[in-house]
Ligand binder design. Sequence first.
Ligand code: 9GP
Length: 811
Amino acid sequence: MTKRSSIKKAIEHHLKFTLAHSKDKNPEAFWKATSLAINDIVVDKLTATRERQDKPGVKTVNYLSLEYLMGRLLSNNLHNLSIYQEAEKAVKDLGFELTDLCEQGADLALGNGGLGRLAACFLDSLATLDYPATGYGIHYQHGLFKQSFADGRQVETPDLWREFGSPWEVCRPESAQLIPLYGHIEHAANADGSTSSKWQPSVTLKGVPWDIPIVGYNSETVNVLRLWESRADQAFDWDLFNKGDFLNAHGKNIQAETVSKVLYPNDEHDAGKELRFIQQYFFCACSIKDIIARHQTINGVDWQAFAKDTAIQLNDTHPTIAILEFMRVLMDEYQFSYTDAWTLCREVFAYTNHTLLPEALEKWSLPLFERVLPRHLEILYIINEDFLNNEVAVKWPNDNAMRAKLSLIEEGGERKVRMAHLCVVAAHKVNGVAEIHSKLVKQDLFPEFDALYPGKLTNVTNGITPRRWLKACNPKLSALLSKHIKEDWAKDLDSLAGLEKLADDAKLQKAFMDIKLENKVALAQEIQESTGVRVNPEAIFDIQIKRLHEYKRQHLNFIHIVALYRRLLENPSLEMHPRVFIFGAKAAPGYHLAKEIIYAINKVADKINNDTRIQDKLKVVFLPNYRVSLAEKMIPAADVSEQISTAGKEASGTGNMKLALNGALTIGTLDGANIEIAEEVGDDNIFIFGNTVEQVKALKAQGYNPYTYYEQHAEIKAVLDWLDTDYFTPGKPYELSAIKHSLLDGGDPYLVLADYQSYSDAHQALDEAYRDKKRWARMAILNTALMGKFNSDRSINDYVNRIWQIKPCVK
Ligand code: 9GP
């Protein structure tokens, strides 16, 4: 049987027998049946992978992450299995377009932004490179909220990603784990004079795993993403039920389910909430027990083999409690001495730092820790004593200030546990996520740790999977690339450099830019459908997509747009190529200023888009509900990529890589991975502006005063003052003043005004470059050609060589 006919048969089978659907052409049912049919192939490969990997001596990396931004899986899995075309034909035989079906499933939005999407790209690369790996996380009932706008303001509604089922995942109740928490410690004196501690927890949660297969691209491997769902240990209280207390009979159930109910929607911000703390502990404890159980199934009680076979990577500080849970299990359940447990711990754990922002570096209050996890806190004290006395005091004798600085506990005010310190002390390697970021981690964040542990702090620059972010999302460009590059570029992204010598070829330039235009036409249609705004596909599509955050400076973009509008009103024949500024961004629901920025952009967009005086030279669009599947439509259509964070604030960024790979030119600061992108494409093919990290530091040190810029720069003053009027919000002056207020009275913490002129100049240069069609096409082609470094396969191989020391596991 051909692939096409076997897929068709499997779809029909699932439609009829699994879903009990007649052939009524219901697209949801067809999407589900198609996914189930493809999942049959996936499961076969998964079983074979397990057989290969579940053997002594096969080292596995366990990736612990509170977030996974997976997006949709059907198209991705078809591409990775290399059966997209066959499935397309099979689906057509049944009267459907595969592209329509691929649009059906909900996004798996179990993450906030870059950190969660990075985890998803890494899983893709691990499976593609045949590395044994398991991802661990939480099976949130509700992922990241859905965003809509009401009168320009963000409105959040719950995400119901499993409403129509989730055909890829399998529940594994047989691998459930019981997780203790709260309660107290009983101390007992031992015969040798020492004391022992016994934790008497007062609550037990049950963690039930859901497995999602992770399909490698053209590889033998299907790994697993294991997500934990919380349930009550006892589903039901019969005593209460019999007494007629029906609601409370479910009470424990409801409380337990709350733990995995919802993803915290904060990006780069620690909310400090008890429930989040419990979420972190819950998934770490489940995962540690699972890792140990798997080890024992394969190796029996041979603990010697544990470090040889196990690597555990902590994605940010969110899973730090895994370190303490591992120590607790070894000491309390397997009777390890502290020293032996700590030695093993230090061999297996590694930690990735993703941010320098102080508000995102987690610290948990000591009383909270003590109440929820009293035994873990006790163990933390032991580790801290050991660390301070045997490491800090040896390196810096009699230095109390140093002890206080490095201690795992922050004193003064409310006492807190410094999770990042625990990570650095316990991990054998700590990495930042771009060269500059890793340098700043060493220099500014952890200089003493770098001195104490030479060589421990390292870098692994982030990457993106070219499968999802080019092959699947930009099929036309992919086909063009395959015509010119004989290697399988979706695996060997460096091979795209072969295009470099063709960058001036008129035929290639035309083909490349024609595809860009077709992608822009498709996006223009999406824009019209979702916002009602008509945009001209011949205009420059200038895109800023990322979480809404002051440090990412959507408000710098905004102020410049308002300035352009002003310039156009003053001089309607101003020479500029028509421009469409397109935003996609969610703001954390509690982040007031971020929401005000969204509101301001929407209000200004309304005015500009309806102003006939400017002859369509300027349009502004804020697409609602930015998510992975929307990114897949926006990125192929971008001419310009806005990467304009304050230097030193964006650890890496990954949107910058996706946009450049799809031929967008970056306008950006020397921050995060922008610096490495500039190194790859060369200064002529990127628009760099703004203060550098060093200059930012110097400006701050000399006492940065935004008022000077406001008073001395006529355009800045005019724009900010305009926002105080009711021009954009008729009858309601001061509605948009929050931005001005934050930039002036708030001190402009992210130096928007200091970078404004240089940003505006860079835009001017960009506009001129675009008007030279050949030059622009050359630049765009070179961006696509020279992104090889940012393949997440390269990042994973860096992790393997610098940190994990694992090997591919193939037949
Ligand atoms: O802000 C960083 C972003 O720059 C980076 O690309 C991403 C993945 O490494 O992590 C983000 N950090 C967080 O979301 C919170 O630490």
